[in-house]
Design a protein around this ligand. Structure first.
Ligand code: PMP
Length: 435
């Protein structure tokens, strides 16, 4: 085995020439933005110089770690909360509480926006996720509950528990359902979790006394309530990317983009971004990067979630201690379902490959990234190799969060040694060489 230092020395000797001349730093925007929400999105697209040069294509990463909450999930949290406000399910400064089941990033994003908008946040997460995510949640004043990872059919699974907690918040009202608030979507029945949308007409509702008077409505608004954000099933997640990430990438590449590669947790990123890009350019390739133990690869390739034998050996979300956090799942979520018609290909990525890629990027590019970004970049190489590209084609992927969210696991060599995951400094070179 080569030590990190030996490896670095060797690479220095063979270093590729600089591609870009240094330029003065430009501001992302010269406008004053409106609070923390104004800092969300419009992230830069960064050329990954090492991989681009080695492959002869442009590998471009959407720098989502630059969002104020530190990840791509800021976009989703903002959209879920503003959509809920528009539908009358959340009212700021009324003591309302947002509940979410998350492996961390979405919780941090929700807690960030909750603070700025006058809500409380309860975040329920598995107890094996990296400790720094919990610390960030505490710093943001969120209430945190940690539970043993469990199967989705288990009541104590983190998503199910978040739904339950939201339902029972403001108990008295839950037992005594309020009347409907009229909206442009029909009538929203307040369920104290996600809304149930019914399609009776206003006249019918008024006639049977199911509609609120303006006074009743005001009183209703001012009562604290629980809102289950439900990122896995909530379509606002998909829209955040359909209206944000997708158009931004299209603009930043001036429409010159040949492939989009993304991992999936909820599926919102690949569904929304992929759908937008496909709507602009039909022959763009949308590909999934899938970590070890996830069933999504098989779903895309063969139409079935996983074969049993394979699933038994997996470590994904219903089991403990996954090294790659945030992507890979063994059930079909609504947001991933939206991606199925537009995903063309899928690539599996091992934990060892993701670890190797993250170290490679620090040493060659000074990019300190989290585990899902590293997975995405391995899949980018696989895609380029598969299609034999070497002529300046453009592949865009997502750099979901920074390495600073992963010190205690993915970026901890002791932890990796215990988990039997080697840190092989030559692995990315071998993948680049097509081994
Ligand atoms: N990377 C990280 C770090 C994440 O937290 C998530 C979301 N769980 C993803 C990637 C995947 O994004 P999506 O949920 O949109 O599929």
């Amino acid at each position: 085995a080569t030590s990190v230092n030996e490896y670095f020395q060797e690479r220095k000797r063979k270093r590729a020439p600089l591609v870009f001349e240094p330029r003065p730093i430009e501001l992302r925007s010269d406008e004053v933005v409106d609070g923390v929400a104004g800092l969300i999105g419009n992230t830069p697209l960064v050329r990954i110089n090492s991989l681009s040069t080695a492959l002869g294509v442009e590998i471009l990463g959407k720098a989502e770690f630059m969002n104020p909450g530190g990840s791509v999930k800021d976009r989703v949290a903002l959209r879920m909360i503003t959509d809920a406000e528009q539908h009358g399910l959340l009212h700021p400064h009324t003591g309302s509480r947002i509940f979410e089941g998350t492996v961390g990033s979405t919780g941090i994003s929700i807690a960030t926006i909750a603070r700025a908008k006058g809500y409380e946040a309860t975040i329920i997460m598995p107890d094996d996720v990296a400790e720094e995510k919990v610390k960030a949640l505490f710093a943001l004043g969120a209430h945190v509950e940690r539970v043993r990872p469990a199967s989705i059919v288990d009541k104590k699974q983190f998503v199910n528990l978040a739904r339950e907690r939201a339902k029972h918040f403001g108990n008295e009202e839950a037992e005594n359902p309020a009347k409907a608030i009229p909206t442009h979507h029909g009538h929203l029945i307040p369920t104290f979790s996600s809304s149930v949308i019914v399609t009776t007409t206003a006249d019918d509702a008024l006639a049977d006394g199911a509609l609120m008077s303006p006074e009743e409505e005001r009183e209703f608004e001012l009562k604290p309530r629980g809102f289950f954000a439900d990122q896995f099933e909530n379509r606002s997640n998909y829209y955040a990317h359909l209206d944000g990430t997708g158009p931004e990438i299209w603009r930043q590449t001036s429409g010159s983009v040949d492939a989009f590669v993304s991992g999936a947790g909820t599926g919102g990123t690949i569904a929304g971004t992929g759908q937008y890009l496909k709507s602009k350019k039909e022959d763009i390739i949308v590909a999934l990067a899938d970590p070890e133990g996830s069933g999504l690869f098989n779903k895309v390739k063969y139409g079935v979630m996983f074969d049993r034998k394979e699933a038994e050996g997996t470590k994904r979300r219903h089991q403990v201690d996954t090294v790659v956090e945030g992507i890979g799942i063994n059930r079909l979520t609504h947001n991933f379902e939206l991606a199925l018609p537009i995903v063309d290909d899928a690539f599996r990525v091992t934990d060892e490959e993701a670890v190797a890629m993250s170290r490679y990027l620090v040493h060659h590019d000074g990019l300190f990234l989290g585990s899902s970004s590293a997975c995405n970049l391995i899949a980018c190489i696989r895609l380029v190799k598969k299609f034999g590209w070497n002529n300046g084609e453009r592949v865009v992927t997502i750099l979901c969060d920074s390495g600073s969210r992963h010190y205690s696991k993915f970026w901890n060599d002791d932890y990796l040694a215990k988990a039997n995951i080697p840190v092989d400094m030559h692995l990315v070179d071998r993948i680049l060489a097509g081994d």
